[in-house]
Design a protein around this ligand. Structure first.
Ligand code: GLN
Length: 459
């Protein structure tokens, strides 16, 4: 797009029908998520473990630990706003990802030291690091595809599968090392994961030449002019659509993120975990969503792309609403589980499995789609900050999820599960009524998507 070099054959090369750069970003983000989810998996456990234990923790109460956890998971995503802003105004996304990675390696490594100040400093560095890296690497994925390329949504789904491979492995490996060998080894391992991610990113730079560059560094005067112009009516309308769609995002994550809290406790305390005479660990259910995403991710993306090519309704807004409704429906299985618990004293595992399956189909229809949508709609000069605002909304969703989960002790699980289901379904259907209006406001940003063949590949 911006200038050409003798390395163009490298940059344009593809693997499995997608730009090679996608796999560089895939692996970088996979390791970043490995470190994030690995550390997150042991954080609360470390906080509440007695100071006198063999593998000693900080001896906090459950309430204190959950409070810090709530703030931490919200802040990492809130920091995406300054992270995106810095990328747009000063660094460009590519360098911002690099700095974010360095902050994360430092943060996780410092956590490996057994010290109070090291603990807080480590957390602060991780919050800043995720804020710099997460929104900007996501925007870079969009930069790999031309406008109108139908592969973009699928590319984001592939990227999302990388996220979940990282999350899946992290819970198992870092969880095991942290709990059984030592918390600080677990934290250190998260740091090593991030360092591997940065190595991939550094070596993959030749495949990322054309993406994530700082606007101020653009070569052509013409490109610079286009970006410096004030926002047009179309661009403003598109920002409005994005902001409205972010409401769906808060509701979605506020419900979905019961996974780590209320659903986790429900698995532990109220579910019959006996399977063929073996006791399934409750924490295994935490890997279920990631597992489903890895298995069905590309199928869900293909179904949506085929619908679109056949001219059927598959706009991003439609997919996101579908995602919200189907995820909400998943909670009805948990209502059924609560009824069974009331009657029989425990509920069957399949309710949780079905709920997670529906949650995953919902997540795949909303989360990667939202990332892709932002890269289609946001004006270039605000590309990263809009991504930052999106992640901040997911951060609020996380906090909302914690509040809802806590209220279950007051209202009972059945009321909370059913309430979440009914709210998500009704809210989704309500916004569905305005779907066409919202679509109009996108001014055709995703109307003409078709299969684009890369000219350079064909040559
Ligand atoms: N689970 C996804 C990830 O880790 C989405 C998180 C989010 O959007 N808050 O990237």
């Amino acid at each position: 797009m911006h200038g050409s070099t003798s390395n163009d054959h490298l940059i344009k090369k593809e693997i499995f029908g997608h730009p090679t750069g996608l796999y560089v970003l895939f692996l970088t983000e996979m390791w970043e998520r490995f470190s994030y989810y690995g550390m997150r998996a042991i954080l609360v456990l470390y906080l509440v473990t007695e100071t006198t234990a063999k593998n000693s923790g900080l001896g906090w109460t459950n309430t204190e630990a959950l409070k810090l956890y709530g703030w931490y998971t919200m802040l990492v995503y809130l920091m995406s706003i300054p992270g995106g802003y810095i990328a747009d105004k000063i660094l460009g996304q590519k360098k911002a990802v690099m700095y974010g990675g360095v902050l994360l390696i430092a943060g996780h490594t410092i956590l490996a030291f057994q010290n109070q100040w090291a603990f807080y400093l480590g957390l602060i560095l991780i919050v800043l690091g995720v804020g710099m890296l997460k929104p900007n690497i996501s925007t870079m994925v969009g930069g790999l595809y031309q406008k109108g390329d139908i592969r973009r949504d699928k590319g984001f789904t592939i990227f999302y599968i990388g996220i979940n491979i990282g999350a899946f492995l992290a819970a198992i490996i870092v969880g095991y090392i942290g709990e059984r060998i030592g918390w600080h080894y677990g934290f250190g391992l998260a740091g090593i994961g991030m360092a591997l991610g940065m190595l991939v990113y550094l070596f993959g730079q030749p495949y990322l030449k054309e993406v994530g560059n700082f606007i101020g560094d653009l070569k052509s005067e013409n490109d610079k002019k286009i970006i410096q112009k004030p926002l047009t009516k179309t661009e403003k309308d598109r920002i409005v659509v994005l902001l409205i769609s972010f409401l769906l995002v808060i509701v979605f994550w506020g419900a979905y993120e019961q996974a780590g809290g209320l659903l986790n406790l429900y698995a532990l305390e109220k579910t019959d975990l006996n399977f063929l005479g073996l006791e399934v660990p409750a924490s295994w259910f935490q890997s279920l969503a990631a597992f489903f995403i890895i298995i069905i991710g590309t199928t869900v993306a293909r179904i949506w792309a085929n619908r679109k090519l056949k001219g059927k309704n598959a706009s991003s807004i439609f997919k996101m609403l579908f995602g919200l409704i189907i995820m909400g429906t998943g909670f009805l299985f948990m209502s059924a589980a609560s009824i069974q618990f009331e009657r029989e004293g425990s509920s069957a595992m399949y309710w949780l499995i079905l709920a997670y399956l529906f949650h995953t189909i919902g997540e795949l229809s909303l989360s990667p789609v939202a990332l892709s949508f932002i890269t289609k709609l946001a004006p270039v000069k605000y590309a990263s900050i809009m991504m930052g605002v999106y992640f901040a909304m997911t951060g609020f969703g996380n906090k909302l999820a914690g509040l809802l989960g806590e209220s279950a002790s007051q209202y009972g699980e059945f009321t909370i599960f059913t309430g979440i289901a009914v709210f998500c379904i009704l809210f989704g259907l309500l916004v569905m009524l305005f779907r066409k209006k919202l679509h109009e406001l996108t001014h055709g940003a995703e109307d003409d998507e078709y299969v684009i063949f890369d000219q350079k590949i064909e040559n």
